[in-house]
Design a protein around this ligand. Structure first.
Ligand code: SAM
Length: 330
């Protein structure tokens, strides 16, 4: 692609030195032996090493915990390199902090834990040791070049567990999926399980545990940052709408570029995240600031999740509803 066009369309978030200075003043730095009240950390980005502050955090404060830890891969997070290890060592690593994170979850709370095929058995083990596992979501994650001597990895796991399987929040109505109808079947001339609209024929369905409608953030998406393993806002939106009540609290112990806090804010939930890299924390703060004016979540329009590559339809819908708002205001 023409270089000028690429530069113009590149929406990757950046920070000036002044912004970095300004956003760093918004971060919370917890000190050893400090007693931490819930109000000290709510709607905040905590810039600390999780392992140094986890015992300070208030127990049972979170309705939903989203964990996207370093996977068992050697990965450079702008200065901090996580080293891959044996499966046993990775399991020991998880066991050293996972039960403590679970203690921060409310008795009726829910937790999601992300990983790839290689570390998934360790993830399943700690989930089973500490929670009731209700499901494993498979996210079809298409990125990268093919491997020459193996199958290219195209999926990730998101383990889903709760503290009490008799008492937990799950709002399936909030996470329905809208798909274009390929074979518009009718009975007595009427659509069977689908609707005819001005912008096309659609079916709205309940979601399964296989997610193939979410792209990884890339340079032309406004949610994109330079974080090496940023999760998509659409993915977090599904988890938060399904498993955190309105106004509830989302906690993320490995916040990265801030995706879970940003989406919680956009969806009127409270949030708290811990991240040890100061620049990532500042990216999160800038995204939170932008979210005040722009609460759009790409792929989630009109209260439903749209299949991939349907942005032109969603734009039509947004224009239509803006026009209706305009008429109403006249
Ligand atoms: C897989 S990434 C999370 C990405 C995040 N979900 C996002 O959307 O940007 C893991 C993050 O954990 C951070 N991290 C790793 N070990 C940590 C620790 N001990 N304390 C705090 N943060 C840590 C890394 O810097 C990295 O940003």
């Amino acid at each position: 692609m023409n270089n000028k066009i690429t530069t113009r369309r590149n929406k990757t978030l950046t920070l000036t030195q002044e912004e970095l200075k300004m956003f760093s003043t918004k971060l919370v730095n917890l000190k050893n032996n400090q007693s931490v009240e819930i109000n000290d950390i709510i709607n905040k980005t905590v810039n600390n090493n999780l392992f140094e502050v986890i015992d300070l955090l208030p127990i049972q404060f979170a309705d939903l915990i989203f964990i996207d830890p370093p996977y068992n891969l050697t990965k450079n997070y702008h200065g901090f390199t996580f080293q891959s290890s044996t499966d046993e060592q990775y399991l020991d690593y998880l066991r050293s902090w996972f039960p403590k994170v679970v203690s921060l979850l409310k008795p009726n709370g829910s937790l999601y834990l992300c990983g790839d095929w290689k570390c998934t058995s360790a993830l399943q083990t700690v989930m089973n040791e500490n929670l009731t596992v209700l499901n494993r979501i498979t996210w079809q994650r298409e990125k990268g070049r093919g491997a020459m001597h193996n199958w290219k990895n195209g999926m990730e796991d998101i383990w889903y567990g709760v503290k009490n399987h008799n008492d937990y929040y799950f709002n399936v109505e909030a996470v329905k999926i809208k798909r274009k109808v390929i074979a518009p079947y009718k009975i007595d001339g009427k659509p069977k399980d689908w609707e005819e609209t001005e912008i096309g024929n659609f079916r709205t369905t309940y979601p399964s545990n296989f997610w193939d409608d979410i792209s990884i953030p890339y340079w032309s998406m406004s949610e994109n940052t330079c974080h090496p393993t940023q999760k998509p806002e659409k993915l977090l939106a599904k988890l938060i709408l399904a498993s955190c009540p309105p106004n509830g609290i989302v906690f993320d112990p490995f916040l990265g570029s801030g995706t879970s806090s940003v989406v919680a804010k956009k969806l009127n939930r409270k949030y708290c995240g811990v991240e040890m890299n100061e620049e990532y924390c500042c990216w999160a703060e800038k995204r939170l600031k932008i979210a005040e004016k722009n609460p759009i979540i790409q792929g989630y329009t009109d209260g439903v999740f749209w299949e991939r590559n349907s942005s032109s339809i969603q734009q039509k819908l947004q224009k239509k509803s803006a026009f209706e708002d305009f008429l109403e205001a006249q």
